[in-house]
Design a protein around this ligand. Structure first.
Ligand code: NAP
Length: 523
């Protein structure tokens, strides 16, 4: 097992948790921070953000592997309300993005309501009091509304390979990089050829003695048009905010033009396929290796990757691309299905994340005590507008089911969802609602229409397996329309799609003994 906890779970010393909050936000990545900022701006002061790690940043805090950088230009992969004129290049590296999130958090004035190293152990809906009982590693509290911004790429997934735990050398997941282990001169194996692996391999190949890259499915990889911003551009971003906004808008619409190629007309991706094929020819001389890296499914079916250095790295003398399939791990290395054993000092697991089972779901109990994971097991992972789930009142997801993107910025989706959540909290206040819950038939109709659209997408019909699809082949992760459509659908809280329970119909729960002050219990 490679570690799944991002940091120590011991609570940081700090103020105790309040007994009750109006809104509890789970997670302090891009989603949780945006929710906190938007709540504060809308006048909701009574909120708390709990985070199991010891800093803001989420996936950008955790993924510190060599070469980690974003595939979406940071002019777009950043908050609309917090432009950063200091980006050094078009595709920002991880440390720059992490510093950006930290700075936005500090400037927002919300950090006093964040509690780090506070792991949510259980969320239980109290049907009498119409609120959530929240159990955390730092204590218990109640919350009227819970916003789960725990992320879709937060829990690393180890490969299900026989003997995985028997390997006696160094082993770690790409999202839990062991910076204390020096790879210089070592024999190293990398399992996986996804977005993380193709950034790691070119970085470490020059320093290791030998590198075996285990590929199960070849990815489509197009060139990365990355460059430093010039001094003139940086000066313009600093002094003329409109210029930066123009860049952002141009990138947004440029990316949005790809949507039909993914959702309706895969033939539109022909130029991308040609770019990817010439990327292979440019990067690799050996015809056999060229054959091995050429995918046999439609471009776009899996995430399209971008790199200028992946193919040249595979073509190095000290790198071997192994495609025979892994049979097992042994104490000393990896044996492939053809019987070849390759001994290594370290195994780097770049096998992705738990994406189609939303790990926090098993810790959430809704109406009738049903866990969200059992609910998803029965109905598939689904939500109304990717945000709310029938049976789980007053629970909102930021980056929920079917809100992921392959072509553009998740921050755009996050901002759409936070606007919806904040409007829901405001509407509840205005209507005097104790709880809101999407009506089952409304959710069903939304999901059916979404899945109907999904049938035509390259993700479902492109002839590949991917982490977008669940075990039944349903795409439960991606949004199959334009992102501006998502923004429009979530522009305001549509109370008519929900069952609202008025506050005056709610029986007030008497306080439990442990919630009373000592004098109140006669001590
Ligand atoms: P991933 O895309 O899920 O890739 C996992 C890789 O591991 C795949 O090549 C997969 O092969 C392979 N694999 C999984 N289980 C295996 C097994 N048992 N044996 C052999 N190979 C196995 O994971 P990721 O690269 O960490 O990326 C996850 C997501 O994070 C990306 O899609 C992206 O959304 C995000 N990300 C973004 C960036 C960026 O912006 N630059 C960077 C990193 C990650 P198959 O293809 O055959 O399943």
């Amino acid at each position: 097992m490679t570690s799944t906890a991002p940091t120590s779970s011991a609570p940081l010393p700090g103020p105790e948790l309040p007994r009750h909050v109006r809104v509890l936000v789970v997670g302090a990545g891009f989603g949780g921070l945006a929710t906190a900022i938007r709540l504060q701006e809308s006048g909701v002061r009574d909120f708390l953000v709990v985070e199991r790690g010891d800093d803001v940043g989420g996936t950008w805090r955790d993924n510190t592997y060599p070469g980690a950088a974003c595939d979406v230009p940071s002019q777009l992969y950043s908050y609309s309300f917090a432009p950063n004129p200091h980006w050094s290049r078009s595709f920002s590296p991880q440390p720059e993005i992490q510093r950006y999130i930290q700075r936005v958090a500090e400037d927002s004035g919300t950090l006093d309501r964040f509690r780090f190293r506070t792991n949510v152990e259980e969320l239980v809906w109290d049907e009498a009091a119409h609120q959530w009982d929240v159990h955390t590693s730092a204590g218990d509290l109640t919350a009227d509304v819970v916003v789960s911004a725990a992320g879709a790429l937060s829990d690393p997934k180890d490969p299900d390979i026989p003997g995985f735990d028997s390997f006696e050398g160094e082993v770690f997941h790409s999202a839990r990089w062991n910076h204390g282990y020096d790879l210089t001169g070592k024999r190293v194996a990398v399992i996986g050829t996804g977005a993380s692996a193709i950034q790691i391999v070119p970085e470490i190949a020059p320093e290791v003695a030998r590198l075996d890259v285990y590929q199960r499915t070849a990815p489509w990889v197009i060139p990365r048009h990355d460059r430093d911003y010039t001094g003139v551009e940086k000066a313009a971003f600093r002094s003329l905010p409109a210029v930066q906004k123009l860049y952002r808008t141009a990138i947004y619409w440029g990316r949005e033009m790809y949507v039909p190629a993914f959702t309706r007309m895969p033939s539109l991706a022909w130029p991308a396929k040609q770019m990817a094929l010439s990327n292979i020819r440019r990067g690799i001389k050996d015809p056999e290796l060229r054959r091995k890296v050429t995918p046999d499914y439609r471009i776009g079916c899996k995430r399209i990757l971008i790199s200028n250095t992946w193919y040249p790295a595979l073509d190095r003398d000290n790198v071997e691309l192994v495609t025979d399939g892994i049979a097992e791990l042994t104490p000393t290395g990896i044996v492939t299905k053809d019987g070849t054993a390759r001994d290594v000092d370290a195994v780097i697991v770049a096998t992705g994340f738990h994406t189609t089972d939303l790990p926090i779901a098993e810790h959430i109990r809704g109406r009738g005590g049903v866990t969200l994971s059992d609910h998803f097991a029965e109905h598939g992972m689904q939500a109304y507008k990717g945000t709310t789930v029938n049976g789980f009142p007053n629970l909102f997801f930021v980056v929920g089911p079917n809100t992921g993107l392959g072509h553009s910025s998740m921050v755009f989706m996050i901002e759409s969802q936070t606007a919806y959540v904040v409007d829901a909290v405001r509407t509840m206040e205005e209507c005097g609602a104790a709880s809101v819950e999407p009506r089952a038939e409304v959710q069903r109709a939304f999901v059916e229409e979404l899945q109907e659209r999904m049938q035509r997408t390259v993700w479902n019909a492109g002839g590949c397996a991917s982490w977008y699809l669940d075990s039944h082949g349903r795409n439960v992760t991606l949004w199959p329309r334009a992102t501006f459509t998502f923004r429009r659908l979530l522009a305001s809280f549509d109370a008519d799609a929900y069952d609202l329970v008025p506050r005056d119909q709610v029986r007030v729960r008497p306080p439990r003994a442990e919630e009373l002050e000592p004098q109140e219990v006669g001590a």
